[in-house]
Each structure stands twice: as C-alpha cells, then as structure tokens.
Design a protein around this ligand. Structure first.
Ligand code: MF3
Ligand code: CO
Ligand code: CO
Length: 286
C-alpha cells in the first residue's frame, strides 16, 4: 500500500472529483489557475466579521467531525468525503476544492507530511499522526482551520501534537493590538525551541476573509522584518507547522504534498482569529 519498505509515505490514488450542488455559491477562483488579487485589506467591518464568524464556525464543526471520524483502517479519501458532505449540507463550499487546481475538499497530512497532503486511498494505521485542514466558503467569506490527532497510541507523536497546539495558542495570545505581527512567531518559536523542535518557515499564516489568502503573511518564527501592526478588526490565521527534526522539505510530483526532507514527524494546528480591542478572539470554534 502507499508506504515503502522504510515506512515512508508514497502517493496513493485519487478518487474522481466530488460535485457540489448547483445552489452553492463557489469562490471566484474555481476553474481558474489562480485567485483574483485580494482587495480591501485585512481589517473588516462588523457585518463582514459576522459572516466570517459563520464560515469559521462551520469550518470548525467540519474539522471536529472529520477528526473524530478518523480511525485505523479508513482512507484519507473517506475523510474527505465526510468533510465535503458536511460543508455542502450546511450550504458552504469547501474552499480548497479547485483552489489553484487543488483537487479535494480538505488537506490530509500524515506523519512526515508538513502540509497540503491530498486525500487518496492511503489507509490510516495505528500510531499514525494525521492533520486535517479544512476551510468553508459561505456568504462570500472563508474560515480556515486545522488540527492534528494520533490514531491509537504513539507517545512521541502525542507529545509533538500537544506541544504544537500549545505553540499555536501562545502565538494567538501574543497577537495583541498595536504589536507587530512578528510577536506571534517569536512566541511560537521560543516555545518550540525548548524541545529542539523545528519550526517550519516556508509556509505561514495569512490574512483570511473575503479572500482565502489575502497576501498578509504571519510567520511562525522570529523575523522582525514582518512589521505589520496588529489592529482591531484584523482577521488572519495562526497555523504553525512543527517537526521533531529539521525544517527542510520536499515537494511531491503532485505539486502539493510537502514532506520533511529528513522524514521527521510533523504536526500543525490552525485557527482563524479576529483582533478585538481587548485582544485576539478565536473564530474557528465549533
Ligand atoms: N487551508 C490551507 C491553509 O491553511 C490552504 C490549503 S490550500 C490547498 O492556508 F490548495 F492546498 F488546499
Ligand atoms: Co490557513
Ligand atoms: Co488551513
């Protein structure tokens, strides 16, 4: 099956593209090579924030459903079906489906896959670590979230998962108005470094709202060059990818799947957050 003799992942087979009922509004980028440039910045009015709240809540509910469904013996494609059917049943469009040609309704990133793993006929096994990243497009806006679980028991993976979640939460809590966005990565990296973990640099958090990725970058490592001021009304993601080894990566021939070069384990968590006068508010809560 899709693992080689060393236990490393190999690409599996994709199922046919899933359909979305005609009544569900698609983002403008579906069927195009790339999205239109983002306009309007990263600070939203209260009406738009209300819409982002709804999309974010749906994404969070979808994530909870998919992660709680993940069991040994299932394929990642079955998880994609579950996430897809849930979002569509709520009148939402799965943001990843047709985003820059991405073929599925969520990302499923197993073990050494850092991010953007494509659901296929890979079968989950006891001790696997799996991240699900799912986004909902509803009423013109996106909510984006991800989480990682361990199938069965794997102490090294469980520790990585718990610490990656804590790293994300520390990054979120650091996102106070009038600070610069680089405070977020500083908090994440200083925590992860305690355990000698790798903090991935080449994939980042991002502004999200009327666009899936606005162009605003939220690094998860300490880089003062990212000096955008955090202000009330801003919406963006915090989504650190942490490894038990290095931060170098390989890209599979599918042009999506990103793995650690050293095949070390990697975990990720993601929330969409709103900056309020009082501090960050997590929107991707079920
Ligand atoms: N949801 C991912 C993120 O957190 C983006 C996935 S893009 C895809 O930014 F095309 F790979 F699906
Ligand atoms: Co994201
Ligand atoms: Co995401």
């Amino acid at each position: 099956m899709p693992k080689n003799s060393a236990g490393h992942l190999l690409p599996g087979r994709l199922s046919p593209m899933r359909s979305v009922p005609a009544g569900i509004v698609k983002p403008e980028y579906v069927g195009k090579p790339a999205p239109a440039p983002h306009v309007g910045g990263d600070v939203y009015d209260i009406q738009t924030i209300q819409r982002i709240r709804k999309a974010s809540k749906l994404a969070a509910q979808a994530l909870e459903l998919v992660l709680s469904s993940a069991k040994a013996g299932m394929t990642t494609d079955e998880l994609d079906q579950i996430g897809h059917d849930f979002l569509v049943s709520q009148g939402a469009y799965p943001s990843t489906l047709g985003y820059r040609g991405y073929p599925k309704s969520l990302c499923s990133s197993l073990n050494e896959v850092i991010c953007h793993g494509i659901p296929d006929n890979t079968v989950l096994e006891e001790g696997d670590l799996i991240n699900i990243d799912i986004s909902a497009y509803l009423d013109g806006v996106h909510g984006d979230t991800n989480g990682t679980v361990v199938i069965g028991s794997n102490p090294e993976a469980e520790l990585l998962v718990e610490r990656t979640h804590e790293a994300m939460m520390r990054g979120i809590k650091a996102a106070l108005p009038s600070r610069q966005v680089n405070i977020i990565g500083r908090a994440i990296e200083s925590y992860a470094k305690r355990f000698n973990y790798g903090v991935v640099r080449d994939f980042t958090g991002h502004g999200v709202g009327t666009s899936f990725h606005s162009g605003l970058i939220i690094p998860h490592y300490d880089d003062p060059g990212y000096d955008t001021e955090i202000v009330p009304g801003m919406v963006f993601t915090v989504e650190p990818m942490i490894t038990t080894g290095g931060i170098e990566w390989d890209l599979w021939q599918d042009d999506w799947t990103v793995t650690t070069k050293d095949k070390s384990l990697t975990a990720q968590f993601e929330h969409t957050i709103l900056i309020t006068e009082d501090g960050p508010e997590i929107l991707t809560i079920a």
